[in-house]
Design a protein around this ligand. Sequence first.
Ligand SMILES: [Mg+2]
Length: 129
Amino acid sequence: MHDETTNISQLKDCVDGFTKERKWGKHHTPKNLALSIAIEAAELMEHFQWDDLQSEDKEGIQNELADVMIYCLHFANVSGIDIAHAIEKKLKKLEKKYPAELFRSGKAGSKEFWEIKKAYRAKRETDIV
Ligand SMILES: [Mg+2]
């Protein structure tokens, strides 16, 4: 399998099949899966602990990233989340939070940028990003 030839639905099916074959479903509640995502993310971070340089253990990093992704895919399966739709929706929200034209124009961090951010934050109570 490779990124160029595998879609998210195929990955979700692989994770679903793997867990069903082992009858792990009863343990995989959204809460347990959310905790597992965080735990595996911490294992990924261990590769960079106390060092600003990237760890040289590429295989270990790859394994931990796979653990995070597997739990994310499984969480989406269990929670009925369409990942592509969720990402598309979130990116649209982030486009409003971080308008590209501000970054392209070099205005990031400027007074104008912070005014836009302030307006965004005021609106956030009804539309959390
Ligand atoms: Mg792990």
